[in-house]
Write a protein of this length. Structure first.
Length: 73
């Protein structure tokens, strides 16, 4: 009985693993969009942690009050 030392079936397995590994690496790097960098990953319940909004001008406040008073419930 002779033993074969070369394994021809091993090449397709390694090639498949290399393709899967390259795909996972590409997807992992593609998921790191620049717009998602530096954003909050942990949140505190009941507390807004975003950027401070600018205050409304007097004209904007009057317009909102006018629109609110025009609504009928």
């Amino acid at each position: 009985m002779t033993h074969r030392t070369d394994r021809p079936a091993a090449k397709p397995v390694w090639r498949g693993l290399a393709i899967v590994g390259a795909t996972v690496l590409a997807l992992g790097l593609g998921a790191c969009r620049e717009s998602e960098q530096g954003r909050a990953l942990s949140f505190q319940k009941g507390e807004y942690q975003g950027q401070q909004e600018t205050a409304l001008s007097e004209a904007q406040l009057r317009e909102l009050q006018h629109r609110g008073s025009a609504q009928k419930f």
